[in-house]
Design a protein around this ligand. Structure first.
Ligand code: DC
Length: 217
């Protein structure tokens, strides 16, 4: 069996763009694991459960039906049968996903689903704990990083290009807060393991970062 490719890194480092390109180049599916935590946050909000309410979240996630469905190469998230894909990319849900992902029962459930996907086929998976926890045995492990300022700058430009309002300082503050939450949580935090190749994209184009990984796999 060909082994899957894991890509971790902080919010906004370009992981998902790079991961999608690699998946396309190799002709295999891409699994965005952040979308699974985001879908859980959407479901918690809908049920009036606080993002930091560990007890209720732990109970809630036990029976939550979270599914990944592909329409063509596009990943959709279904929660209890409802397609919530269009609700995942707000600032509130970005923060909510970061908060619910601290809860061990939430993580264990998502990791179980992620391993099921990787067991069935070779995939490119990106997230925070893919190399250290979800797929520790794959030889293809990467950590895609960039300075917080550069990540905020990219996000800022992206929003302006999409015709949306953007404030650089607010974006930077949100990124720094999420970095701290994701890398300082007690259970399965974000970090670059000793056996993982670190790629700093601060001064790289997406194409260069993609090639750096493709040349290894
Ligand atoms: O990659 P993203 O920004 O869509 O992820 C949203 C949040 O989900 C992120 O701040 C932390 C959490 N997450 C995680 O803890 N583990 C993963 N494998 C993926 C995401």
């Amino acid at each position: 069996m060909k082994q899957s490719i894991g890509i971790d890194g902080p919010a906004g480092a370009g992981k998902s763009t790079v991961a999608k390109r690699i998946a396309q180049a190799l002709g295999i599916p891409y699994l965005d694991t952040g979308a699974m935590y985001r879908a859980t946050a959407v479901a918690a909000k809908k049920h009036g459960i606080g993002f930091t309410d560990e007890e209720r979240l732990s109970e809630f996630v036990r029976t939550l039906d979270v599914r990944v469905q592909y329409l063509g190469s596009e990943q959709h998230m279904l929660v209890d049968g409802e397609d919530v894909t269009g609700q995942l990319r707000t600032e509130e849900i970005s923060q909510g996903a970061s908060l619910v992902s601290r809860v061990p029962a939430v993580r264990d459930r998502m990791v179980e689903l992620q391993r099921e996907v990787a067991h069935a086929q070779r995939v490119v998976m990106d997230g925070r704990d893919i190399c250290t926890n979800v797929l520790p045995d794959t030889p293809y492990k990467f950590f895609v990083a960039a300075s917080a300022e550069e990540r905020a700058n990219r996000r800022y430009k992206q929003l302006l290009e999409a015709g949306q309002e953007a404030d650089y300082d607010t974006i930077l503050k949100d990124i720094v807060r999420r970095d701290k939450q994701d890398s300082e949580r007690a259970y399965k935090p974000l970090y670059c393991g000793a056996d993982t190749k670190r790629i700093d994209t601060t001064h790289m184009t997406i194409e260069e970062a993609t090639q750096a990984i493709l040349s290894e796999v």
